[in-house]
Design a protein. Sequence first.
Length: 205
Amino acid sequence: MYRLLELYQEAYDPNQPLVCMDEKSKQLLENNRPPIKAKPGKLEKYDYEYKRKGTCNIFVAVEPKGGIRFIKVTDTRTKKDFADFVEDLVERHFAKADYIQLVLDNLNTHFEGSLFETFGKRKANRLLKKIRFIYTPKHASWLNMAEIEINIMDRQCTGGRIESKKKLESNVMGWSKERNSHKCKIEWKFTRQDADERLSKHYVA
């Protein structure tokens, strides 16, 4: 925890960008009846009945100090999906960086082994030279700023019913493009001192 909190206090460095990554499952739901459209002073209304149309996974990577986020919608949440997203970060989105400081939780796919299984030893080693994995403590994934971005995404974009992967992709890409155009950043205020004041009773001597 201390290592992560101190990292959040460091100055922005585009050559060693701090990137927080997480993912979220989204259930696809189709309305049985057309919703009643919103009117001045009245919200849009949905019927309680719906059809289940499967699920998708949403990868979210945010550079909180640079005001940039990258989103990818996948059919599944496998080791290969994770490895492919990391490859996108390294070779497309942050290709000019010396390396990425990648903050993750301890999900069972979020490890170097996923890259080796997907790409083989040579390519995995090449990608891993450009990444520093930094894990949140177990049971403390709230320390990952990607969770803040996902909560904003839910409120502004993905919280309602979405019936298809195509529609979901369109919505999240438009949302992320808008936030990137405004360089929306995340201001992290929880410090090591705050942690000591609030959590010290739980520390092991």
